[in-house]
Design a protein around this ligand. Structure first.
Ligand code: TYD
Ligand code: MG
Length: 457
């Protein structure tokens, strides 16, 4: 077999070298050299015939057969929805997440629970026995494994392609892209060059054969998918699987989707028998609490397109030390400080000598400013030690002058609150087009001071 030539190219200035160097002699940057393939002779021979020598020519856009491809729906409805309604033939999806968050579990589950859909689960991280043990755990959920699920423990891309051509699966899962290696490069698996080249090979293969693939990717300490950024540009969809490891809830968020909206969100709960879809997250999050203590307020937020009611908890107490402490979980600390400053300056509350702790129940993180009003109310409620009526939900952004600013999709939030039995919701004044809904009173407020009368009567 002819050896494929490779060279090392500086990612900063493009200078090529025959061997690796720590510093580029041209632009003097350190650690910028990445191995790249010079000839693709080897790969061409192994590629399917449909891929060889197909030269493209310009074609009028109307003459291209429109192919609103038949998507493959998966039994996992959350995953299907996040992907935009199923898997598109020939598409490549990258799913990233912290170690132990449940990427392998989610994908093995998807591979096992689709009868009639032949899937190949390629595992470079776990042995066949380990995969089998996980499968047995997932089966305890009462759902039998599909006879169409195959497992392959292989990391060489060319070998994987051979098996795919023989087995002809309708879906391929690669766990993980960082374990793959191509014979074209000498660099070790997981290096920037290898990850990029392997993904490029998978990509060409998927497009040529129409086989959809899902790649699992590791993420770095900073939360980015490990490997080159170009990886995210190459693939069709990038999904992020996230959640607090101390809590059971996991969120599946599309960061990029060429075939659907990125405003979707999938919510799962990690159980002893795998990941269960959570269909009514607000219900689970709120629980049923007969009497709600002071400092607890329900916010009507949106996660992507989904309305979600979240419990905001605040604790305000006299500072023991000179400098008051501020701590926040699930909400931006700087934003909390800003809201406290607004309360102090505009509304005359003395919070300067108080410790303030804030927490969102269930390990959720909310970045939407519409949660501001609930945060402010939770702080005020805890400060005065007066509980907020438990039939009231809140939404609204708080501005620097203490004004309450309009937020998006108020109607959806109202509907969700009504569905969960709330009889009152406080919304920003000036919100247009809110139709009255039976069973729930909608109270518009313009300023933070006015909320107080609704809070404590
Ligand atoms: P895993 O899918 O291996 O994570 P990743 O591939 O993202 O690194 O998930 C591992 C965690 O999930 C592990 O800590 C145990 C937990 N788990 C359950 O709670 N229930 C289950 O049924 C399974 C299979 C795993
Ligand atoms: Mg894994």
């Amino acid at each position: 077999m002819a050896k494929v030539r490779s060279r090392f190219v500086c990612q900063s200035c493009g200078t090529a070298y025959p061997q690796w160097l720590g510093q580029c002699t041209q632009c003097k940057q350190w650690n910028t050299l990445v191995e790249e393939v010079v000839e693709r002779a080897l790969e061409h021979r192994a590629a399917p015939s449909s891929l060889r020598s197909r030269s493209a020519k310009p074609i009028a856009i109307d003459e291209i057969p429109s192919q609103d491809g038949p998507r493959t729906a998966l039994t996992d409805r959350e995953l299907s929805r996040v992907l935009g309604g199923g898997i598109v033939p020939g598409s490549i999806t990258l799913i990233g997440g912290e170690p132990g968050i449940g990427k392998s579990t989610l994908m093995l589950q998807a591979a096992m629970r689709n009868p009639g859909l032949r899937t190949l689960y390629v595992s470079g991280e776990e042995s066949e026995h380990q995969v089998r043990m996980r499968a047995d755990r997932l089966r305890e959920g009462g759902k039998a494994a599909s006879a169409d699920c195959f497992v392959l423990t292989e990391t060489g891309t060319q070998a994987i392609f051979k098996h795919i051509e023989a087995l002809k699966p309708a879906l391929v899962v690669i766990d993980s892209v960082q374990t793959l290696h191509t014979a074209a490069l000498e660099a070790s698996p997981g290096s920037v060059g290898q990850v990029r080249e392997c993904t490029a090979e998978l990509m060409r293969f998927a497009k040529a054969t129409g086989t959809p693939m899902i790649l699992i990717g590791h993420i770095t300490k900073d939360g980015f998918i490990a490997g080159p950024k170009v990886l995210e540009h190459m693939v069709d969809c990038v999904l992020q699987f996230e959640g607090d490891r101390d809590h059971a809830y996991r969120l599946l968020r599309p960061l990029k989707n060429r075939f659907g909206s990125t405003n979707e969100l999938g919510i799962y709960e990690m159980r002893g028998t795998g990941l269960a879809e959570v269909e009514d997250p607000s219900q689970v999050l709120l629980g049923d609490r007969a009497d709600r203590p002071s400092g607890v307020v329900v916010a009507a937020t949106l996660e992507g397109m989904r309305p979600l009611l979240v419990e905001v908890q605040a604790l305000v107490s006299s500072a023991v030390y000179g400098t008051p402490q501020r701590s926040s979980t699930g909400f931006d600390l700087r934003r909390l400080n800003m809201l406290l400053a607004v309360l102090e300056k505009r509304c005359g509350f003395r919070l300067g000598a108080k410790d303030v702790f804030l927490n969102l129940a269930g390990g959720f993180r909310v970045e939407e400013p519409a949660i501001d009003l609930a945060v402010v109310c939770a702080v005020l409620s805890s400060n005065a030690d007066i509980p907020v009526p438990m039939d009231t939900a809140f939404c609204g952004e708080v501005g620097l002058t203490g004004e309450i600013r309009p937020v998006t999709r108020v109607e959806q939030r109202i509907a969700e609150a009504a569905k969960l039995g709330f009889s009152r919701i406080i919304i920003p004044k000036g919100t247009k087009g809110v139709a009255p809904l039976k069973g729930i009173e909608v109270v518009p407020v313009a300023r933070v001071e006015q909320v107080l009368t609704h809070l404590f009567g």
